[in-house]
Design a protein around this ligand. Structure first.
Ligand SMILES: Cc1cc2nc3c(=O)[nH]c(=O)nc-3n(C[C@H](O)[C@H](O)[C@H](O)COP(=O)(O)O)c2cc1C
Length: 467
């Protein structure tokens, strides 16, 4: 079935009938109550920080902008984005991926937190409302490190299907000693984040980056691979180190709940699995790599909650090798493929896995993702999700770039501004893949008028010709 654009599903009946036709299930509230479930505070309990009270159920998801200074310090573009999130009305802000060492940047303009840049982070932190709970995502990009623009991978293991895309081989596999050093780098950055005033840091374990890849290091010899204890040693060591060095800081986890085989464009441009048959590299998936299996996912969440974590940001897959799973979109990014399914199926898949986790681990506050594709129906689904306990927070990714005030409008009982609704054009992904800054070029007036808009249009044209 050809995907139908959500903006054309102009009544609740049409939306629900379309979902039904797809066999995709998600909760739905017929009417959105500005004083209802989305407006309720939520207490997060963390062994270090104690209780953190989030004033409502909207969370801004981490989204890097490829626009920091070359030393990793925040720029005006970063400050503008964070200010908009500060003014958004969302109770929780989960701020963007920040590299713990320069070599771990995913691009030359990713934020880096160290002594030289720390002051800029304290200034960023000051852009938020006093009631907002604000965290910073700490990362090492691992396989997808591009600190100077070209791939400089640091991998967890040799990967037969992903190494070629980044030119990785045996010599790029990090040693146990190098991983020990990176544990220390994460802990050091967490201390700086705490000093800058962040409520929590997140140890990033998603999207194919280092912390995520280690979770599927089944065949890696040594301390950081093999059984689940080995594959989670890095995560657990970072958490233990932060608890020691910054005891008051809360810790969150952003986890790809499930993964899948890599996808590539087929002859018709539509995404198809690159691998048929057994696939041993997908955390949270069956041995075929095609079905979700949350058994180890639950075990990891259980493990981190025993370490006193009370906050989980759910996501899935990777934007590099299965973007339709990670950020369902009608228009794929330029280096992607046409969606192999109606993107609503991808939304339902993420919401379903998130609900399974939220119900199994009621002591953990779970932030959901993948809502942007719901467009006009986002508040209706979000309210029903929170009411049913299928997640504690409705996370906003791309929608927060085009329409950061959506939480304030919903909680204020105002109608949505349709012209600001993200239609998933994927320019926020295509631009950085072309070496440009990320932002909402189709909708946000600032980026619409930005000189890089012209470069983006040229890059897209060039890529279309090459395709
Ligand atoms: C431009 C862009 C940058 C992103 N950067 C990050 C990031 O720094 N860390 C992260 O965990 N996820 C990142 N994501 C993923 C989002 O947090 C989110 O999971 C995804 O966009 C799906 O949510 P949505 O449907 O609301 O967009 C990024 C997404 C986009 C579009």
């Amino acid at each position: 079935m050809r995907p139908v654009q959500v903006k054309n599903l102009s009544s609740a009946e049409a939306f629900l009938a379309h979902l039904n036709g797809l066999g995709a299930k998600m909760p739905f509230s017929a009417a959105v109550d500005p004083l209802g479930a989305l407006a309720q505070p939520k207490v997060i309990t963390d062994a270090g920080a104690g209780h953190l009270v989030v004033p409502n159920r909207f969370a801004i998801l981490p989204m890097e902008g490829w626009d920091a200074a070359s030393d990793g310090a925040p720029t005006d573009l970063v400050r503008r984005r964070w200010q908009r999130f500060g003014d958004s009305g969302a109770g929780l802000v989960w701020a963007e991926a920040t590299a713990v060492v320069p070599a771990g940047r995913a691009n030359p303009n990713q934020l880096v937190l160290n002594e030289q840049t720390a002051e800029g982070f304290a200034e960023l932190r000051s852009l938020f409302a006093s009631t907002q709970i604000v965290g910073l995502q700490l990362t090492h990009s691992g396989r997808y490190a591009r600190p100077l623009g070209q791939a400089e991978p640091h991998t967890a293991y040799v990967h037969p299907h992903l190494d070629d895309a980044v030119g990785a081989s045996e010599r790029h596999v990090l040693s146990d000693n190098q991983l020990d050093e990176l544990v220390a780098s994460f802990v050091h950055a967490a201390v700086l984040a705490s000093q800058a005033g962040f409520h929590f840091v997140d140890v990033k374990a998603c999207h194919g980056y280092l912390g995520h890849e280690l979770l599927s290091a089944y065949d890696r010899p040594g301390r950081y691979g093999g059984d689940l204890a080995g594959r989670t040693l890095f995560l657990r060591s970072v958490i233990a180190g932060i608890r020691d060095a910054a005891p008051q800081l809360a810790i969150g986890l952003r986890l790809s709940l499930f993964d899948t085989v890599p996808y590539v464009a087929g002859d018709d441009g539509i995404g198809q699995p690159r691998v048929q048959g057994p696939y041993r590299f997908a955390f949270g998936a069956s041995p075929s790599g095609l079905e979700i299996d949350l058994d180890e996912t639950h075990q990891v969440i259980e493990m981190v909650s025993r370490l006193g974590l009370g906050l989980l940001s759910a996501t899935a897959g990777s934007p590099y090798y299965c973007p339709h799973v990670q950020r369902p979109a009608f228009f794929p990014p330029s280096d992607g493929y046409k969606p192999p399914e109606d993107p609503l199926v991808g939304v339902a898949r993420q919401l379903g896995a998130t609900a399974a986790v939220a119900h199994r681990h009621p002591g953990v506050a779970v932030v959901g993702a993948g809502y942007s594709y719901l467009q006009e129906w986002l508040p209706h689904v979000g309210q029903a999700v929170v009411e049913g306990g299928d997640a504690s927070f409705v996370g906003l990714g791309r929608m927060a770039l085009s329409y950061p005030n959506l939480p304030a409008d919903i909680l204020g009982g105002r109608p949505l501004e349709r012209r600001l609704i993200c239609r998933t054009f994927s320019d926020c992904t295509t631009a950085p893949r072309s070496g440009l800054i990320s932002g909402c070029f189709p909708i946000d007036q600032f980026y619409k008028q930005h000189p890089q808009r012209v470069e983006l249009a040229a890059a897209k044209k060039h890529m279309r010709r090459g395709a």
